[in-house]
Design a protein around this ligand. Structure first.
Ligand code: 13P
Length: 287
């Protein structure tokens, strides 16, 4: 059964580790992430952007697929199905379809409007026992049409949003969706420290997990990050493994064209990436 992300994140925040949010795109992604979580006895969050939801035929299809897979693969570790960077309407739709966790991203509104809309979301998610993520500042780069300038969050605004009773808070700290540019200045740890001090014990979320050096990940966790989002890195791992398979001509040998064979190297590459991240984040054996 899907669960809210609240307990797993409070435990992670207190235990100084982080739970990975891995974004899904299709059946192979979902199966790879669920199996890896189960094999490593780790809690996990499946992230779904609005663009990916559309691609997968909508929220109901996704809820059906994930619930079915959890039952038939005997997944017993805690799994949250989380809307990533949801709009107001997207959040309502994902909730109605049975998502167990919601991100309402009001970061592009003025802070007063972000507060007003997030307040409504706190009420709606609480009524259904769901976890809620809010955002202050913004994540640089672009993910599925969500574009951010990368403003570093103001600790006072973070406190205002955290005090509304959100489960977790994504604060812009110089992190970027997609690959990091060569001249990236790194995470703004001073800002993270101030945000963590101002938001009480609200678990913080680090978006743009792809390509952040290990030492920075560990330091971020020590400063209150309890959820780390990874999307692009699984896509790159899948792409590289698939490319190798085709470049080696394996799709031309025997029944190598069978999608179950053609997609398998990519599937295994996602599993390996997710395991590596779970090790780094410290969530193994924390189910
Ligand atoms: P990356 O694609 O950079 O890993 O970011 C994922 C993310 O933050 C999802 O919201």
């Amino acid at each position: 059964m899907l669960v809210s992300a609240k307990d797993m994140l409070q435990k992670a925040y207190e235990g100084k580790y982080a739970v990975g949010q891995f974004n899904i795109n299709n059946l192979e992604w979902t199966k790879a992430i669920l199996l890896t979580a189960q094999e490593n006895n780790s809690p996990v969050i499946l992230g779904v952007s609005e663009g990916a939801a559309k691609y997968m035929c909508g929220y109901e299809t996704i809820v059906g697929m994930v619930n079915g897979m959890m039952k038939e693969l005997n997944i017993t570790v805690p799994v949250a199905l989380h809307l990533d960077h949801g709009s107001y309407q997207g959040a309502l739709d994902a909730m109605a379809a049975g998502f167990s966790s919601i991100m309402f991203d009001g970061s592009h509104y003025a802070i007063e409007e972000n507060i007003a809309k997030t307040t409504e979301m706190v009420k709606l998610t609480a009524e259904k026992g769901l976890s809620l993520e809010a955002e202050v500042g913004s994540i640089g780069g672009e993910e599925d049409g969500v574009v951010g300038k990368g403003e570093v969050a103001d600790p006072a605004e973070c406190k205002q949003i955290a005090d509304l009773g959100v489960t977790m808070l994504a604060a812009g700290i110089g992190n970027i969706h997609g690959k990091y540019p060569e001249n990236w200045a790194g995470l703004a740890f001073d800002a993270l420290e101030a945000i963590n001090a101002s938001t009480g014990n609200t678990p913080l979320v680090l978006h743009g997990g792809t390509g952040i050096p290990e030492e920075m990940i560990k330091k971020a966790i020590s400063l209150g990050v309890a959820k780390i989002n990874v999307n692009t890195e699984c896509q790159l791992a899948f792409q590289e493994a698939t490319r190798k398979y085709i470049e080696a001509g394996k799709d031309l040998e025997g029944k190598g064209f069978d999608p179950r064979k053609l997609l398998n190297p990519g599937f295994e590459a996602i599993k390996a990436t997710v395991k590596e991240k779970m090790e780094l984040f410290g969530s193994i054996n924390k189910a």
